[in-house]
Design a protein around this ligand. Structure first.
Ligand code: DQA
Length: 143
């Protein structure tokens, strides 16, 4: 099974940005955690991060026919992007939304998620482990 893991803006700053909220581990640490877990499960993963909405849309579109599942943390675009929602709907690939923090306990503007409408599940507040649980969801779904 092939899974695409997409991270949106400022997640390349993990370890530096607001460590009290997102932790001290870096984006590279996250990539290693996901890659090691996927290897153990016999899942092929591609990791992609961009600060640009259009690049995220392009990557989702390019997944069509190539990936059986998507794990996506659209970061701030979660709360603003109809384009990312439409891209996930367009490709019809089972997608799990992940947030490192418990967005539901944070500011009002973080309570809206456009992409959620196209996702089979949302995982929040589990830190980096949320990505691993999302892979579990997709592999169970794919069997
Ligand atoms: C985030 C939560 C978003 O509200 C925020 O804009 C992010 C990260 C999270 O993983 O908790 O950049 O998606």
């Amino acid at each position: 099974m092939k899974i695409l893991v997409i991270n949106g803006p400022n997640l390349n700053m993990l370890g530096i940005r607001e460590p009290d909220i997102y932790g001290k581990n870096t984006y590279n640490d996250l990539c290693e955690l996901i890659t090691d877990y996927a290897d153990k499960k016999g899942v092929e993963v591609k990791l992609f991060q961009s600060n640009h909405e259009g690049a995220l849309v392009d990557e989702i579109q390019a997944a069509y026919g190539n990936f059986a599942g998507i794990v996506i943390n659209p970061a701030a675009y979660t709360h603003t992007s109809v384009a990312i929602l439409d891209a996930v709907k367009s490709v019809g690939i089972p997608t799990v939304e992940v947030h490192i923090s418990a967005v539901e306990t944070r500011e009002d503007f973080r309570q809206v998620s456009f992409v959620r409408k196209a996702c089979i599940k949302t995982i929040t507040g589990l830190g980096f482990d949320g990505y691993l649980r999302a892979i579990d969801t997709l592999t169970q779904n794919g069997k």
